[in-house]
Design a protein around this ligand. Structure first.
Ligand SMILES: Cc1ncc(COP(=O)(O)O)c(C=O)c1O
Length: 362
């Protein structure tokens, strides 16, 4: 029998989340962010399910190639733009939009403009309004526009974007400050605007503008402290599940797993679930982290190992070899596990490894 560990991906949940984000930002178009293999959910299955999105946002040319190979002709935006001149013919062949965030890219475009017959590229200029990651200083907006407008290989309609550093902190002043910095330099400049990642869509309506760029929320995940995707009307897309492959009696004083950290306080029963950090479940999830066995609340005992973990069966007296174990998904928020492991939901979803079987669910 094949290993029971599997990630079920709900197409209905993806569609629901896209609809919910559209409901929250009715005047904006949606650039569905599907980088990092659609946050670990599988790029082709997510992109084909979200084919109604107005555009896809990707981090790598290879992602865009995969979307085109899946037969989709949606607009695709390469979020960190091109790295070398040889990327430009690829952008044209794949009909991609590119983000331009640095002077090296401008110079590549200027050299490209000298080549005969270079079709105009559709560009999104990225302004750094406070994230201090990618982007030009905002005060350069007018100069950049003039320079790009002078290039025959650049489409006349230029889009403007920025990325928000703390949109998940709904009370913090940073987001309004970033919005103000963006608006100040673009007052007299036309072109579509885009700022809002998932948290901004959920908590900062003033940031929605022409295009929202949600990633995590499409998959039902939240990075707002103390909140789950469900708190915002989102539905989890990934369920990570497996089965028990052993059920064992334990006696008071028995030690469980590597290091023997967990000492049984009473006689009882534990189950051994076939999942571990080799599947992407976080090793740092401590004893006590919740799981559902046969749909009933249980918890990890001892350390998570590469292929296995032990779970307490005190509250699950009917559990048997073969009983289903849910690690995260509906009824057990991924955010709860992420917080127990000292990380965020996105990292967990992105970290599922190749030996986990993916199941397309409706
Ligand atoms: C430029 C850009 N836009 C949008 C997103 C989507 O962010 P989130 O997944 O929080 O919605 C990301 C992700 O990091 C990004 O880098």
């Amino acid at each position: 029998m094949s290993r029971a560990t599997a990630a079920s991906i709900s197409r209905a949940a993806l569609r629901h989340n896209l609809a919910e984000l559209r409901r929250r930002a009715p005047d904006s178009r949606v650039m569905a962010v599907v980088k990092a293999d659609a946050y670990g959910h599988g790029l082709e299955r997510v992109a084909t399910t979200l084919r109604d999105a107005d555009a896809f946002g990707v981090a790598a040319l290879s992602d865009a190639e995969r979307i085109r190979a899946a037969g989709l002709d949606n607009r695709i935006v390469l979020l960190s733009g091109f790295d070398e001149p040889a990327d430009l013919p690829m952008l044209r062949r794949l009909k991609l939009d590119a983000v331009v965030h640095c002077d090296e890219q401008l110079r590549m475009l200027e050299l490209d403009a000298e080549l005969p017959g270079a079709d105009p590229l559709c560009l999104w200029v990225k302004l750094d309004t406070g994230m201090n990651r990618l982007g030009f200083r905002p005060e350069r907006a007018a100069e950049l526009r003039q320079r790009l407008r002078g290039l025959p290989n650049v489409h006349a309609d230029i889009q403007w974007m920025s990325h928000l550093a703390r949109s998940d902190e709904f009370g913090a002043p940073n987001t309004p400050e970033q919005l103000a910095a963006f608006d100040a330099v673009l007052r007299d400049i036309d072109g579509d605007r885009s700022l809002a990642n998932s948290s901004a869509v959920l908590g900062w309506p003033a940031s929605h503008r022409d295009w929202i760029r949600p990633g995590g929320a499409l998959y039902g995940m939240s990075v707002v402290d103390g909140k789950t995707g469900a708190d915002f009307g989102l539905v989890p897309v990934m369920s990570l599940h497996t089965r028990l492959i052993a059920v064992k009696d334990v006696r008071v004083g028995d030690r469980i797993g590597y290091g023997g950290d967990h000492v049984c306080a009473r006689d009882g029963c534990i189950g051994i679930a076939t999942i571990g950090y080799g599947d992407g479940y976080p090793r740092l999830a401590p004893a006590g982290t919740p799981v559902l066995v046969d749909g009933k609340p249980s918890r990890i005992v001892g350390r998570v190992s590469m292929d296995l973990m032990a779970v307490d069966l005190e509250a699950c007296p009917d559990a048997r070899v073969g009983s289903p174990v849910l690690l995260w998904g509906p009824g057990l928020p991924i955010e709860t596990i992420a917080s127990a492991a000292g990380t965020i939901s996105y990292e967990l979803a992105c970290g599922i490894t190749r030996r986990v079987r993916f199941i397309d669910a409706e």
